[in-house]
Design a protein around this ligand. Structure first.
Ligand code: C2O
Length: 560
């Protein structure tokens, strides 16, 4: 008897000792803690204290395997209100954890915390997280790496190693001061002072720091580069001297692999590429610089550099390359045209074929009266001539509690009147202001044409939709023609993403299924345009099925 008890006790002790290991292996819950704090990022361009997560710039990488649940506690130790958005994560039924301030939640106030709680489903690849309030995302951002489930390996040969490459923009002065000043004058904000690759600009004449990111490789190996554009206001080209890149995934959705010298990535977009280290030795320059085909718009033309270096080589010189020119539209277009969904048996492209809501959104800049502004006007931006006004309460909360007053659901599905959108602009550049949402029934299918206009200036607008991926079924120059253009749509293997350019002086057509209840932001991912009002939201009602409603709000949800 005593022996048996002893035997049992021994088993219990072994179990207790092994418990943490067992939990690690079987559990799919991952905990992270984000302490949001001020820090001097001396390795970049200045020594002013900057808002960071855990004192790092860029912030920590979140790792997850598909189907994992993430519990990320965000502790606000700075003097700004704060939220964090998990850009591209679908947040099925968990809109409460999506993050855009005053859309999906009230901000986390200084000294307070909030646990973002969500499960990653049906997506794998690279995404990123960033602050979603004010301009804080300039320095509050980091990578999200979603590994495929163990039984479903990559649909390409597994690279031996991988690396996250985050492209950013850096201002020497406080970004909040930059945008505050612009808001007061009604004029565009100052452009950034440097671009960065993994937080480092490389030698820039106007910066003290000469440090640059160096990526060590071994000859003959293959590397997965997870490239993220975390810049605030600029689309970026990226290339590496002497090496072609094979694109395998964008926005955490696989694509048909293709080889390219240069990739193009807009703020909010992520691109996974395979790099074959097919030289024997040497050091090669990595460059990033902006793409902007509108001559009227100022961009920061500085090139950020990093290096790729073969291990064991003693190098004194670096193989040089230059990025494409800022208006290299043909390179940009070739890259975008090469993107196609994998559309395999395991990863079919489920493009909606029958459309319930067919919408046309025109994107424009405008001028609204402002007594204290320069020349009595302020620059604004609008969708269908509506400049979105930020509420002071959470729209999701208002929707969930059926509280009226915070928004109206009469966002126009079409422009109020039709005109030659990409031709000579009308004289009146005034927009209407309001907090208007567009309502969608659960599981309805949507086709949305995002049409650029020549109002103030034609320009690329990287439009980001929260809560869903969409398929990019068509793109064209000039005005969208509903009679002709749909005939050329690709409904077979269109690329699937969460952020897409409405091209300068043209249109892009996207389709998605509204199978996720909540309030979902749609906005230009150029932060300056979001600030100017280039945003709206969809309110997606609950379905009737058992797993088709928004979950109740978490207990620690911040209050306004
Ligand atoms: Cu990456 Cu609403 O943003």
């Amino acid at each position: 008897m005593l022996g048996k008890i002893r035997e049992w006790l021994r088993i219990l002790v072994v179990l207790a000792l092994l418990w943490p290991v067992l939990v690690q292996c079987t559990s799919n819950i991952r905990h992270y803690k984000f302490n949001v704090m001020m820090r001097n990022i001396t390795r970049v361009c200045s020594t002013k204290p900057t808002v960071t997560v855990n004192g790092k710039f860029p912030g920590p990488t979140i790792y997850a395997r598909e189907d994992d649940t993430l519990l990320i506690k965000v502790v606000n130790q700075v003097h700004y209100n704060l939220t964090v958005h998990w850009h591209g994560v679908k947040q099925i039924r968990t809109c409460w954890s999506d993050g855009p301030a005053y859309i999906a939640q009230c901000p986390i106030q200084p000294g307070k915390s909030y646990v973002y709680n969500f499960t990653v489903t049906e997506q794998r690849g690279t995404l990123f997280w960033h602050a979603h309030i004010l301009w804080l995302r300039a320095t509050v951002h980091g990578a999200i790496v979603i590994l495929p489930t163990l039984d479903l390996p990559y649909p390409f040969s597994k690279p031996q190693k991988e690396v996250v490459i985050i492209l950013g923009e850096w201002w020497k002065s406080d970004v909040e001061a930059v945008i505050d000043e612009a808001t007061q004058s009604g004029l565009p904000p100052n452009i950034s002072d440097a671009h960065t690759i993994n937080g480092l600009p490389g030698p820039v004449s106007t910066c003290l720091s000469q440090e640059r990111f160096n990526f060590l490789v071994e000859p003959g190996k293959k590397y997965l580069l997870r490239i993220i554009n975390a810049a605030l206001n600029e689309e970026l080209f990226f290339k590496i001297a002497g090496h072609n890149l094979t694109v395998v995934e964008v926005d955490a959705a696989y694509v048909k692999p293709f080889e390219t010298e240069t990739i193009l990535t807009a703020p909010g977009q992520t691109t996974n590429v395979i790099l074959s280290a097919n030289h024997k030795s040497g050091r090669y320059l990595m460059v990033t610089s902006p793409y902007m085909d509108s001559p009227l718009i100022l961009v920061n033309n500085k090139t950020a550099t990093a290096t790729l270096q073969y291990i064991g080589t003693n190098v004194s010189s670096t193989t040089f390359t230059v990025p494409p020119h800022r208006n290299a539209t043909s390179i940009a277009r070739k890259f975008m045209d090469s993107l196609r969904s994998l559309n395999s048996k395991k990863y079919p492209a489920k493009v909606p074929m029958k459309i319930d809501h067919s919408l046309l959104f025109i994107i424009s800049l405008g001028l609204n009266p402002c007594a204290s502004c320069y020349k009595g006007f302020r620059i604004v931006a609008a969708i269908n001539n509506v400049t979105f006004v930020m509420p002071s309460v959470s729209l999701l909360n208002a929707h969930f509690n059926n509280r009226s007053g915070a928004f109206t659901d009469d966002f126009p599905g079409f422009p109020q009147y039709a005109f030659d959108y990409t031709g000579i602009p009308p004289e009146n550049l005034r927009t209407m202001e309001g907090t208007k949402l567009y309502r969608l029934e659960y599981n309805s299918s949507v086709q949305l044409i995002l049409q650029d206009t020549g109002l103030l200036s034609p320009e690329n607008h990287p439009m980001h939709l929260h809560g869903f991926n969409f398929f990019v079924v068509g793109r064209g120059k000039g005005n969208f023609n509903p009679k002709v253009d749909p005939k050329n749509f690709n409904l077979v293997d269109p690329v699937e993403r969460n952020t897409i350019n409405a091209p300068s002086g043209g249109w892009v057509a996207i389709r998605f299924r509204a199978n996720n209840p909540g309030v979902w932001f749609l906005h230009c991912h150029l932060e300056v345009h979001t600030t100017w009002g280039l945003k709206m939201a969809f309110v997606v009602d609950n379905g009737n099925g058992p797993n088709e409603s928004l979950l109740p709000p978490p207990n620690d949800l911040p209050k306004c």
